[in-house]
Design a protein around this ligand. Sequence first.
Ligand SMILES: [Zn+2]
Length: 302
Amino acid sequence: MRIGIDFGGTNYKLGLFSSEGEMLKFEERKVLDLTLEGDLLLNLIDSVKEFCGEKKITQGGFATKGLVNSFTGMLEEDIGIANLFSGRNIRDEFSKALNAPFVVDNDARAYAWGEWKFGAGSGSQSMVCMTLGTGLGCALILDGKPFRGSDPVGGLLGGHISIDRNGPECVCGNTGCLEFYCSATGLIKAVKDEFTEFKKHDDVLPLYFEEYSRNKKKYEKVLKEFNNNLAIGIVNVIHAYGPDTIVIGGGVIKSADYFLDDVISLVNKKAWTVPRGKVKIKTSKLGNKAAVIGAAFLPKPK
Ligand SMILES: [Zn+2]
């Protein structure tokens, strides 16, 4: 039996899978509960052991945001809570505690692997997955393998393509990164900056899309900018990696009906593919479970 762990800033997800990929158990737990006392990583390992119970684990995978190096098993750099893992060998500590081989990787790469193996990327030879969430994750599956390049940054290009050299300064060191404009966080900021009526709301995007569907003329400005920016990001990724499929994931895709067709037609105009329009652009099939299943099935780096 395999275990997958998808560690986020607020929640972490745990999944148990048969060797064929059937999900046998799934839970989402709060990161905050791990931080009340003691050591975050040891508390997480205890939580995973409790989740697995008596089940014999044959392989495990741990996915987290940040620059995690799958070759060494260490988190190299991050901001926020996952930085508490810095300097620890996450892979070795999990392997020892669960008595099974473990792979650790970036969460976007695990998400991409899940989609390629069991979801929207099935059958693709080379696929890029972009997740539009708190940040903008990106990963490449090349010739049926997760591309790790010079880990940890291999294939993570998407979120940190600069689309405005005069844009805001990013944590990566560059300016005007795509993540500022096309993550869920970026879209929410743009909506709130442009339309003050959304300022006080917590769950802005469903409201915004509802209003947009009623009055396109009034609300289209922000979405047009978003679509154009996302299309430019996707075109850059196509030109860099030459994938046959792009999978778009993350919370924003719940509203994909409002923007995906427009993004696809912009990409088809801008991307220099032969013939134009040959790259398939799809939304995620596995949604918020993609990274947890991907983590459980990630191949070991060489
Ligand atoms: Zn950046």
